[in-house]
Design a protein around this ligand. Structure first.
Ligand SMILES: Cc1ncc(COP(=O)(O)O)c(C=O)c1O
Length: 375
């Protein structure tokens, strides 16, 4: 079976995990958490980074930091993971969906402005598949209406837009290091804080609403409860695993990008009639090759392709059920919203195997079988 995804080999992490276990520093904010935060901060050019237990939690923290609450609205793409919406709903606010462009699966800036109301407090953009949204028009809309941008960069660690890294383009950015991502700690995430005024409160909310950070820096004699918070700092053991992965970032990215390029070249060359679009490079910056998808024009061909590939022992998979047709999310669709073109994305979009450990010879089989099917 050619697998859809596997994390990159953890050998590099083993010595760090052992070091962490021997030091018996298993709780959060120890040596390896600091190492990961500094590494990521240096990598994305110096922004404040707080490691979190997941991207889901980074999103929740971001919404709390912007004081989004009951009566507020937050715009999100319908084509996303439920975490993007849950963060908003947990704060008591409402989600309003924005359309994605089916050429890119990214929020369509031309259709965004009409979703804004006088209750809109923020827009969460999703850099789907590790390709950044077209941020300039989105940032202009945000500044026109005085709205914050949160980047759900769960899939976009290492991607850029006009020379700036994903996660550093809005007020706050959220990364995922879940097992499915290019770089992983199994479960894990990070919050990137691009507005310095939010740093202190973020540290407090992340540490159960206490001023532990001030205590550790010697600014207060003891730490105490100062705000409503939660527990978002990951175990240092997981950060030891992540640090080993980060040490191999360049290698993992090069392998991933080489596979991505092979896919793009192949599908460009063949220009199959049955496809509406497929993953591509970005004209605005680098992609991280996290996902390679095919968007079929019709659902029946997509389903037949998936079955054919599975019969040939190749694991290809669909992706999100768009939130506006999901059991929970359908109730947030407003009467004026028309999302019909996105209704069947959970069937029409198929992802191909791509991960740093995928052998080029296996990718060749994926392409050969695809060619046979398409013909
Ligand atoms: C767009 C998006 N947002 C958020 C998440 C949640 O990430 P995590 O599993 O780290 O909580 C995911 C997970 O894949 C995702 O794809």
């Amino acid at each position: 079976m050619i697998k859809f995804h596997q994390p990159y080999k953890p050998e590099k992490s083993l010595k760090y995990i052992e070091k962490n276990l021997r030091a018996l520093e298993l709780s959060g904010d120890n040596f390896f958490t600091n190492k990961c935060e500094s590494f990521i901060s240096d990598y994305i050019n110096g922004k404040k980074v707080l490691m979190t237990t997941s991207c889901t939690h980074a999103l929740e923290l971001a919404i709390r930091l912007l004081d989004i609450k009951n009566g507020d609205e937050v715009i999100i793409p319908s084509f996303t993971y439920p975490s993007t919406a849950n963060a908003v709903l947990l704060a008591g606010a409402k989600v309003v969906y924005a359309r994605v462009n089916l050429d890119t699966m990214l929020i369509d800036p031309d259709l965004l402005e009409e979703q804004i109301t006088n209750k809109t407090k923020a827009i969460i953009v999703v850099h789907y598949g590790g390709r950044c949204c077209d941020m300039n028009p989105i940032l202009s809309i945000a500044s026109k209406y005085n709205i914050d941008i949160i980047e759900d960069a769960a899939q976009a660690f290492g991607s850029t837009y006009n020379g700036k890294f994903a996660g550093t383009l809005g007020t706050l950015g959220c990364f995922s290091f879940h097992q499915t991502k290019n770089i992983t700690s199994g479960e894990g995430g990070a919050l990137i804080i691009n507005d310095e005024n939010l740093i202190k409160r973020a540290e407090i909310i992340r540490q159960k609403g206490t001023n532990q950070e001030a205590f550790k820096s010697g600014l207060v004699p003891r730490y105490e409860w100062v705000d409503i918070g939660s527990s978002y700092s990951p175990s240092d053991l997981l950060m030891a695993l992540l640090y080993g992965q980060l040490q191999q970032l360049e290698k993992i990215q090069n392998l991933q990008m080489s596979l991505f390029k092979t896919y793009v070249d192949f599908f460009k060359k063949h220009n199959f009639d049955s496809l509406e679009s497929f993953s591509n490079f970005s004209s605005y910056g680098q992609v991280n090759g996290h996902i390679f998808y095919l968007l079929f024009k019709d659902a029946a061909t997509a389903t037949a392709y998936k079955s054919y590939m599975r019969e040939n022992n190749i694991q290809v998979v669909t992706h999100f059920v768009p939130l506006h047709i999901s059991k929970k999310g359908s109730s947030y669709l407003r009467p004026q919203d028309d999302f019909t073109p996105e209704d069947d994305l959970s069937i029409r979009l198929i992802r191909l195997p791509i991960y740093a450990g995928l052998m080029p010879s296996d990718q060749k089989i994926v392409l050969e079988k695809t060619l046979t099917f398409m013909r």
